[in-house]
Design a protein around this ligand. Structure first.
Ligand code: SAM
Length: 333
C-alpha cells in the first residue's frame, strides 16, 4: 500500500466530513497507520483534529492534553510543526512536554505562542472508570494523582478544564483558533454535560457533533424499555477564534439557585401559585398569603391578597385548581 495515496484518501474523507457539522469516523486510523494509541482511554481518532487542521488552514499546531500522541503523529505525517503538553511525566513523543497545565509556575512551551491552532481534548472529570495517573501511565515523580483532572469530581474538574482553556487562549496569537473536544458524561445515574459547562473565550466560530463508535458508556446494564435516557452516542466540539491581542472576553456558565417565590423576573404569579399548590395540595387564601408575603415576589406587589385571590380564581376557571370551600383551593386531580 502506498502511504502517500492512503493519506490523500484520508484527506478526501475528512474534507467530506468537514462539509457538515456532524462528524463520523467509524475507522479510527488510515490503513497501515497508527496515530496515537486506540487502547489509551479517551483517545480520539486523529482524523478529528486533522479535519480542523486542514479546514482552518493551520500551519503550526499546539495541543493541551496530548495523551497517546494522536495529533503529534498526524502532524508528523502531514509535515507541519506540532507541540503538545500532558501531565504524563514520561511523554509518549519527543514533541510532547510533561507539564501540569494547572501549575502557573510552569510556562506553556514557546510553540504555543506561534501556533495558529490549538487542539484540546480534556479529561472527562467524574467518569470513574477512566484513569490516567497511575494507570494509563506511571506516576514516576509522585503526587500526580491529585493533579490529574480526570480524578476530580465533575464541578471541580470543569473549573480546571476552564482554567486550562483560558491559559492556552491567552498564549495564542490573534487570529488563532482553538478546537475543544468534550464528552457528555453519564455517571452514577446523572448526566453531566461538559459542553454546557465550558468557558468560551473569544468568538464562538462553530460547533460540531462528533458521533462515537464502539463506546463503553451506558451499554452497561442498559434497558431500552425502562431507561428514560438514550445511550450517549456523541461528543461535542466547539471552535473558538481569538479576535485580538489584549482582550480576554469569555463566557463562563454559572449555576444560579433561587426560590421561585423570590424570582421577580422569570416567574409569573401563575407559576408561583401552581408551585405552592403542588407542594401543599390544599390551602386557604390566608395560608398562601402568609407563606408568600415575606418573599421578594410578594414584596414587589402592593396588593398581594387581591393578586393571589385573582390568580387562584383564574386557575380554578382553567381547571388547574378546584374551589372546594369559601377561600379554599385544592389541586385539581
Ligand atoms: C482525553 S485524554 C486525551 C487523549 C488524546 N486526545 C489521545 O487521542 O490520546 C486527556 C489527557 O489529559 C491529561 N491530563 C490530565 N490532567 C492533566 C493536567 N493537570 N495537566 C495536563 N494534562 C493532564 C491525561 O494524562 C490524558 O492524557
Amino acid at each position: 500500500m502506498n502511504k502517500d495515496v492512503e493519506l490523500q484518501r484520508v484527506l478526501s474523507e475528512v474534507r467530506k466530513q468537514m462539509t457538515y457539522t456532524v462528524l463520523s469516523y467509524p475507522e479510527r486510523d488510515p490503513n497501515g497507520f497508527k496515530w496515537g494509541d486506540q487502547k489509551y482511554n479517551g483517545n480520539c481518532s486523529g482524523k478529528v483534529p486533522l479535519g480542523f487542521v486542514d479546514k482552518l488552514g493551520a500551519k503550526s499546531v499546539c495541543e493541551l492534553f496530548a495523551g497517546s500522541g494522536t495529533l503529534s503523529d498526524v502532524c508528523r505525517d502531514y509535515k507541519i510543526p506540532y507541540c503538545g503538553i500532558d501531565l504524563n511525566p514520561n511523554p509518549v513523543r519527543d514533541n510532547i512536554v510533561a507539564m501540569d497545565i494547572l501549575d502557573l509556575e510552569q510556562e506553556l512551551p514557546d510553540a504555543f505562542y506561534e501556533a495558529d491552532m490549538c487542539f484540546s481534548h480534556p479529561p472527562y472529570p467524574g467518569l470513574n472508570h477512566v484513569k490516567y495517573a497511575g494507570v494509563a501511565w506511571q506516576d514516576t515523580v509522585g503526587g500526580l494523582l491529585e493533579k490529574d483532572i480526570q480524578n476530580m469530581p465533575f464541578e471541580k474538574g470543569m473549573q480546571k478544564v476552564n482554567i486550562s482553556t483560558m491559559r492556552a487562549y491567552t498564549a495564542l496569537q490573534p487570529g488563532a483558533y482553538m478546537v475543544i473536544l468534550v464528552g457528555e458524561i453519564r455517571a452514577n445515574g446523572k448526566y453531566f454535560s461538559m459542553f454546557n459547562n465550558l468557558a468560551l473565550p473569544g468568538e464562538v466560530f462553530q460547533t460540531y457533533v462528533k458521533l462515537q463508535h464502539n463506546t463503553w458508556s451506558g451499554r452497561q446494564n442498559y434497558s431500552e424499555k425502562t431507561n428514560p435516557r438514550a445511550l450517549t452516542g456523541h461528543e461535542m466540539i466547539v471552535v473558538i477564534r481569538k479576535p485580538s491581542g489584549y482582550e480576554i472576553a469569555y463566557v463562563l456558565p454559572k449555576k444560579y439557585v433561587n426560590d421561585i417565590r423570590d424570582s421577580i423576573n422569570s416567574a409569573t404569579w401563575k407559576d408561583v401559585v401552581m408551585s405552592y399548590a403542588r407542594e401543599e395540595k390544599q390551602f386557604t387564601n390566608q395560608q398562601i398569603c402568609s407563606d408568600l408575603k415575606d418573599h421578594a415576589k410578594a414584596k414587589s406587589n402592593n396588593n398581594i391578597e387581591a393578586k393571589l385571590r385573582q390568580t387562584c380564581a383564574r386557575l380554578a376557571e382553567a381547571g388547574l385548581l378546584n374551589h372546594i370551600a369559601p377561600a379554599t383551593w385544592a389541586m385539581a386531580a
